[in-house]
Each structure stands twice: as structure tokens, then as C-alpha cells.
Design a protein around this ligand. Structure first.
Ligand SMILES: [Zn+2]
Length: 225
């Protein structure tokens, strides 16, 4: 693997600082409290507490959310507004933390950054600040799953999506949420097809097979009982 854990952590930190500059943090504390409350529980259930987790709600109607490999979490107001219950917040939080636990970003970042930037360019983007990082921020952001911030959409593989779903459901249940609400949420997302949900839908296609796999996992684990 090309991108090491240390490099990934450093790129994530730069991307996080960059997104805090580019995006507007929502001032309404009730949104922040909701995200923190669910995030704390999901992180505890995931066993990923070695990371320095931070949860921030951004002031945008965009329906999207991301988690960086260093434990920095961004949810947009738009996605929280369509989440009727905390179980829905836990659904997306669990899924995104599942990508981190499954080390999907490391794999994707390695492929993408190697292809787009080359090893030498990557080396110069790591450890640099300001102009050098800015030059590659779009590639880095895309490789880390931050499509909205950087305007480049890069979906995870189907295999990674399914694994994140399974892990996400496990974390939800471990944290005391209702796993069946995960199915409700993704079914709702697939029927609410409009321009606001387009990016999230394209990076997380909730087709029949995916929903069926999630239902089967919930049944096999006895979560629906
Ligand atoms: Zn995903």
C-alpha cells in the first residue's frame, strides 16, 4: 500500500482544517448536540476510540456526511433535517465509521492518489501547508470521500459499501439503536431522488440488492427479534 497510516492521518488533518475554512459551521447548538450524542455512542460501540473524534455540523442544505480516517466527522444540516430519529443519524454515522474501521479510505486513497498525483507529488502535498496542499486538496478530499467540499465525487466500491453497511448495523445495535431503522432510512433515501440527495445517492446507491443484503444481515444476527 502506497499511503501509510501516518500519511493518511496527516492528509486527513489537512483536509479537516481545509474544510473548516471552506465550509460554514452551523451555529445552532441543538444540531451539534444531536450529532455529538449519536457519534459518541457509535464510536464507543465501534471500538475505534483510539482516534481523536470530532463532530461538526455544517450550515448547508446539502444532504451528505463524511468521516475522515483521523476521526473527524462532518454532517451537513440538510442530511440531519431529513433524519426523523436518532436511529437514522446512527445509520449514517455507523456506516461511515464502518468505512474507517474497514480501512476503506486507506485503500481508496492509495489508488486514487497514486493515479492522480503520482508518488512524488503526494510526498510534496504531505507535510506541506498553504499553497502546496491547496494545489492537491481536491484530489485528496475526493480520495478521502469529501465530495461536497471539493466537488469531486468518488464512490466506494460495492464491496466496501456492503461491508460498511454490515459494520454500521452492528455498531447501531451495540450502541442501543434500532437496526431496522437503517433499512427504513436507506429505502427512504432511494425514493427521495432529487438534486439535494443526488450526490449522497450516487455515492451510496441503495438499490434492491443492497437493501436485501442489509435485511439479511439484520435477520442473521437476530437484530430484528
Ligand atoms: Zn459508504
Amino acid at each position: 500500500m502506497l499511503v501509510s497510516d501516518g500519511q493518511l492521518a496527516q492528509l486527513s488533518e489537512q483536509a479537516w482544517q481545509d474544510s473548516l475554512q471552506r465550509e460554514r459551521v452551523l451555529r445552532d447548538p441543538s444540531y451539534q448536540r444531536r450529532l455529538q450524542r449519536v457519534g459518541d455512542r457509535i464510536v464507543r460501540a465501534s471500538g475505534q476510540s483510539q482516534l481523536n473524534w470530532e463532530f461538526v455540523v455544517f450550515d448547508s442544505d446539502t444532504v451528505n456526511a463524511w468521516v475522515l480516517p483521523n476521526g473527524k466527522v462532518g454532517f451537513y444540516k440538510g442530511i440531519l433535517d431529513i433524519m426523523e430519529t436518532d436511529d437514522h443519524v446512527a445509520t449514517v454515522m455507523g456506516h461511515e465509521v464502518g468505512h474507517i474501521a474497514g480501512r476503506h479510505s486507506a485503500e481508496r486513497a492509495s489508488q486514487q492518489l497514486a493515479a492522480q498525483m503520482g508518488i512524488g507529488l503526494l510526498a510534496s502535498a504531505i507535510g506541506s501547508s498553504g499553497t502546496e496542499y491547496a494545489q492537491y486538496s481536491q484530489d485528496i478530499g475526493a480520495a478521502l470521500g469529501m465530495g461536497v467540499t471539493y466537488g469531486v465525487i468518488l464512490p466506494y466500491s460495492r464491496e466496501h459499501e456492503y461491508e460498511a453497511d454490515r459494520l454500521g448495523v452492528d455498531y447501531m445495535v451495540g450502541a442501543g439503536y434500532d437496526a431496522r431503522q437503517a433499512v427504513d432510512f436507506w429505502v427512504g433515501m432511494s425514493s427521495a431522488n432529487n438534486h439535494r440527495t443526488a450526490e449522497f445517492a450516487s455515492t451510496h446507491p441503495s438499490d434492491e440488492n443492497r437493501i436485501a443484503a442489509m435485511r439479511a444481515h439484520i435477520r442473521d444476527r437476530g437484530y430484528a427479534a
